[in-house]
Design a protein around this ligand. Structure first.
Ligand SMILES: Nc1ncnc2c1ncn2[C@@H]1O[C@H](COP(=O)(O)OP(=O)(O)OP(=O)(O)O)[C@@H](O)[C@H]1O
Length: 424
């Protein structure tokens, strides 16, 4: 919203009604502008960019539906609620199709008006949550996440490579997207490379990287050739025209000690190292993360909105979250998809957590088609590889044969998916 007090524009050709609405809303601490016709409304719209417009369907110079269309064309994010005494279902449907967020029927009562306004502003806030998600601004008020956001804001101004360290699902991608959006290559693309997709071709990498953000996922698992190539590119300053972000869940120092990672590459990359904490270290963020994921998922996939009771939120705070924020996001999605009723209670949460654990144990987890491709692919790979390992009693060599993969490649894959073969 443009300032603390939401600005509401009321467009109605009847002076008494305009004034009445203005008085009611000003009493509730909203800032209000009024317009008697389309022309006046357009002028205020251009000059003041209201947060919300209450728009009458019938006006002398232009009808409300055409005005709605014009406003939406000029700014698709403006929130508009239609008002009419003669509202038919068809008009309401048409207004909604054109982007009106609600329809209030006249004669107005104070309660009806305020409910409509509050709801529209609440929806607007929900949209803001979606925008945040699209811009990938990491959510969280805990000291750890606040500090990390500030560190990212500070380092984004520099051109140095950034190393993000943290367990799977803690938000390394999320913070990288945020970093990218703040850096000097924010106009460029976010290109993700994994140990499997890393091209062993310096020209290809430099042209991919140029003016973009290059995110290397699972750095510790890069092959020896890929490490040597990356080191060469860094030493010859070929990756200066890009934002380089590397992520790892494993300690690079340990990898160096084991002879699996080049020490000089570590020194090229680790001068700015940021640690993304596991969710168990900032459980106070769980309620905000829950709201965020509920807002995003209900708005995006049209699932009915469901409220988590305080007890349910406490239950979520007490879970172990070995899969971190990614696991929390999936559990919330499961609860929204499978549940019914307005509230989500402790029993629902227990059931979702238990069925999650059971599905993984039985290897019969199903693919969730609501997930973005990357996460769905990981989910599939996990199910597939767990099945192969079960078929071979945990023998990685045999499982690799069944899967048609190199044994070392399968080891890497299992590690990146967080599958512990000792537990099969
Ligand atoms: N602080 C946060 N605020 C909002 N969403 C978040 C936050 N952290 C993570 N997420 C979301 O949770 C999901 C998992 O996070 P993300 O993919 O960033 O983790 P990751 O550490 O990169 O995982 P991996 O190592 O497995 O690739 C993503 O959809 C991400 O957008």
């Amino acid at each position: 919203m443009s300032n603390d007090k939401p600005l509401i524009l009321v467009v109605d050709d009847e002076p008494d009604i305009r004034e009445l609405i203005k008085d009611i809303l000003e009493d509730e601490n909203y800032e209000v502008k009024i317009a008697a016709d389309g022309q006046e409304a357009q002028q205020i719209f251009n000059e003041q960019q209201p947060d919300l417009i209450l728009l009458d369907i019938w006006m002398p110079d232009i009808d409300g539906i055409s005005l709605l269309k014009e406003f939406k064309q000029q700014n698709k994010n403006v929130t508009i609620v239609m008002m009419s005494g003669h509202g038919t279902i068809e008009t309401a449907v048409e207004a909604t199709r054109l982007g009106a967020s609600d329809f209030i029927e006249k004669p107005l009562s104070t309660a009806k008006l305020l409910r409509g306004v509050e709801q529209a502003l609440e929806n607007r806030a929900k949209q803001a949550s979606i925008q945040k998600e699209l811009a990938q601004i990491p959510v969280g008020k805990s000291q750890q996440i606040k500090l990390l956001r500030e560190q990212v804001e500070r380092v984004a101004k520099h051109e140095m490579p950034i190393l993000l360290v943290g367990e799977p699902g803690v938000g390394k991608h999320c913070f990288s997207h945020y970093l990218h959006s703040l850096g000097q290559f924010s106009g460029g693309k976010f290109i993700e490379l994994s140990p499997e997709s890393f091209p062993l071709d310096s020209l290809k990498i430099t042209s991919l990287a140029k003016n973009n953000c290059l995110y290397i996922h699972d750095l510790a698992l890069l092959s020896d050739e890929a490490q040597a190539l990356l080191l060469h590119l860094l030493e010859t300053h070929k990756l200066q025209q890009c934002q380089l972000i590397c992520a790892t869940q494993y300690s690079l120092q340990k990898a160096v000690d084991n002879g699996d990672f080049l020490e000089s590459l570590l020194y090229q990359l680790n001068s700015i190292t940021l640690v993304v904490p596991p969710l168990r270290d900032h459980i106070e963020d769980i309620p905000e993360l829950v709201h965020h994921f509920v807002d995003v998922q209900t708005t995006r996939s049209g699932l009915p909105y469901r409220r988590f009771t305080v007890a349910a939120q406490n239950r979520l705070r007490n879970h172990e979250w070995s899969g971190n924020i990614l696991e929390l996001k999936n559990v919330i999605q499961r609860l929204l998809v499978l549940g019914n009723g307005e509230d989500i209670d402790v029993a629902d949460v227990d059931l979702a957590l238990a069925s999650e654990a059971e599905a993984i144990e039985n290897g019969d987890e199903t693919i969730n088609f609501e997930l973005p491709l990357r996460e769905a692919r990981e989910q599939f790979e996990r199910i597939y590889l767990l099945r192969k390992l079960q078929e071979t009693d945990g023998n990685v060599g045999k499982a690799a044969k069944l899967a048609g993969m190199e044994r070392t490649h399968l080891y890497r894959k299992l590690r990146s998916l967080g599958i512990d073969t000792k537990q099969i």
